[in-house]
Design a protein. Structure first.
Ligand code: ADP
Ligand code: MG
Length: 249
């Protein structure tokens, strides 16, 4: 077995509010192997975003251990694209490089190439408000990708989009990150998205989030083409969907 790039052991999170203590995550344990696409699916409010925020170091754990491989770079893509409306598409994409003091002709060219490759070439100098929801999410993704993350964390990245845009973008994002050999971890309440976008699914209990069940989709689907659209067409898709609905009850 390959060495994991991330190990999470007994992660717990308790929020203290004026009125009560909210246990958001309890004893969450798992290992992440390089190249994996994992999905964490669970009901709304069960603690999914909390887990990602802790992994992205935006929040702290109350208990447990998190061990990343040395020098690993994490990217984060959210439901809301969080683009800056007063910056052009290009400047939005350059922001991370500027912050890292890594903006030079070469990195700039990489950004232009990514934008051209992924259908945003004509919008390099446009402002976000002229873009559709799907295009905005694509910019948000590219903004993260220019930093060449090893692991991409995705928090319900498609849920604000209409259905068709969502299917298209799901396929596109999958292909992009596969091609760039980025590992990914998506959290979602959408069972079909979890199946389409991952090769391993962890089903969470309702709050506090803890792992209830695990599925290995590489074994279940065992097909050469496991892109989201291929999986959505596979007969096994609906059986697994029904099974996870049961798990979540
Ligand atoms: P999910 O992403 O699965 O919908 P979250 O991780 O956002 O769920 O939230 C899990 C639980 O923790 C919810 O009950 C939420 O109200 C609570 N929670 C999240 N953030 C905070 C916070 N900063 N303070 C207090 N409670 C919080
Ligand atoms: Mg959430």
């Amino acid at each position: 077995m390959e060495k994991p790039i991330l190990k999470v052991e007994n992660l717990s999170k308790i929020y203290h509010t004026a009125k009560a203590e909210v246990i958001a995550v309890s004893n969450f344990t798992y290992e992440f192997v390089k190249g994996n696409f994992i999905a964490i699916v669970g009901p709304s409010g069960c603690g999914k975003s909390t887990i990602l925020n802790i992994l992205a170091n935006l929040d702290s754990a109350s208990n447990g251990k998190i061990k990343f491989e040395d020098n690993i770079k994490i990217g984060y893509m959210l439901q809301q694209d969080a683009l800056f409306d007063w910056l052009t598409v290009m400047d939005n994409c350059l922001l991370g490089l500027k912050l890292q003091k890594n903006l030079n002709e070469q990195t700039k060219e990489y950004v232009v190439n990514l934008l051209n490759t992924y259908g945003l070439g004509d919008f390099i100098n446009s402002y976000p408000h002229v873009l559709s929801g799907g295009m905005r999410q694509r910019v948000a993704l590219l903004r993260t990708l220019v930093l060449k993350p090893d692991l991409l964390l995705l928090d319900e990245p498609f849920s604000a989009l209409d259905y068709i845009t969502r299917l298209n973008l799901e396929e596109e994002v999958y292909n992009i990150i596969k091609k760039l050999k980025i590992s990914s971890m998506i959290v979602t309440h959408d069972i079909s998205e979890a199946i389409a976008f991952s090769d391993r699914i962890y089903v969470l209990s309702s709050r506090p989030a803890t792992i209830k069940k695990e599925y290995d989709l590489k074994i279940l689907f065992s097909s050469a083409n496991n892109s989201p659209s291929a999986k959505r067409k596979n007969d096994k898709f609906k059986d697994l969907f029904a099974q996870i609905v049961e798990d979540l009850k």
